[in-house]
Design a protein around this ligand. Structure first.
Ligand SMILES: [Zn+2]
Length: 287
């Protein structure tokens, strides 16, 4: 398989989910062996490579950091690049966080697929896992197992102890129609988390246009009764939309291997911290 880049440039404007900051971002084709790099054009053109050694904050999203410059909430764009097979691209951005758009990877995916990819001369570089690896956090119940393989497969199970969501599972392989089945699935949070997250300075750009809000118990907001269930500006796309979104997040974090990955991955209750720590560990032991 050869390396691929974009066939065109695309501009995306919006607000950052956590910072609420206005952002203008353009993704552009890049030469062979360039990988995925972010360029903070507002900070004197600082470049930040998309790899696990540049991971910064991982609270509720994955930020990359280098030489004092940061780009936050990288996971949805990186998931689209990884799933569509984009090896090389330059991402020019004028703010500390990517735009949240509709809370999914749909806008990126549809834009890129409309023009197809540009095949390059050199062979694609792969990251192959040599030994089986598994990691478990007793406290959180998170678990990730990785098995060597000739292709890439990912299964995600989630259980937030939620009556509304129940337990959910989602899978991805070469045969998955990413654009239809995974890319449009939106980010989510629980209604009772909103106030603490806002107080912590997060989700300043969050809204029912870019997130599913899960209401566990009947609640009252400004004199209105809110019934248990999903709250959003658009109906649920799949009964397991939340698991599919978590899978999207894992894809985006595993893209920080910096190369296409050959492995079978099982992730139970994944999160950005564990995902990025594992990728960093794998890069270190497989150098
Ligand atoms: Zn996400």
């Amino acid at each position: 398989m050869n390396q691929h880049t974009l066939n065109n440039s695309y501009q995306f404007d919006g607000v950052g989910l956590h910072t609420g900051a206005n952002v203008s971002m353009t993704i552009l084709p890049a030469p062979e062996d360039f990988g995925i790099q972010f360029q903070r054009v507002d900070l004197g053109d600082v470049f930040i490579e998309a790899n696990a050694f540049n991971v910064g904050r991982t609270e509720r999203s994955t930020a990359l950091e280098k030489n004092g410059a940061q780009v936050g909430t990288t996971e949805h764009l990186l998931a689209a690049f990884m799933a569509l097979g984009v090896d090389n691209a330059l991402v020019k951005i004028d703010a500390p966080e990517l735009p949240i758009l509709d809370g999914s990877a749909k806008v990126y995916t549809d834009a890129i697929l409309a023009d197809g990819l540009q095949q390059q001369e050199k062979d694609r570089k792969y990251f192959s896992v040599k030994e089986p690896f598994s990691w478990r956090d007793e406290k959180s119940g998170s678990e990730i197992s990785i098995t060597p393989a000739d292709d890439f497969q990912l299964t995600v199970d989630i259980d937030f102890n939620s009556k509304v969501m129940g337990t959910q599972s989602a899978s991805f392989s070469r045969s998955t129609n990413f654009a239809k089945e995974i890319a449009p699935c939106r980010t989510f949070c629980f209604y009772h988390e909103i106030e603490p997250l806002l107080k912590a300075g997060l989700i300043q750009g969050g809204s029912l246009e870019n997130a599913l809000v899960i209401v566990e118990r009947q609640s009252e907001y400004q004199g209105k009764i809110i019934e248990p269930g999903y709250m959003s500006s658009r109906p649920l796309l799949f009964p397991n939309e939340c698991a599919r979104h978590k899978l999207l997040d894992v894809l985006g974090d595993f893209a920080l291997a910096g190369r296409a990955m050959k492995a079978h991955i099982y992730a139970k209750k994944p999160g950005h911290t564990i995902n990025t720590q594992i990728i960093r560990h794998l890069l270190e032991i497989n150098r």
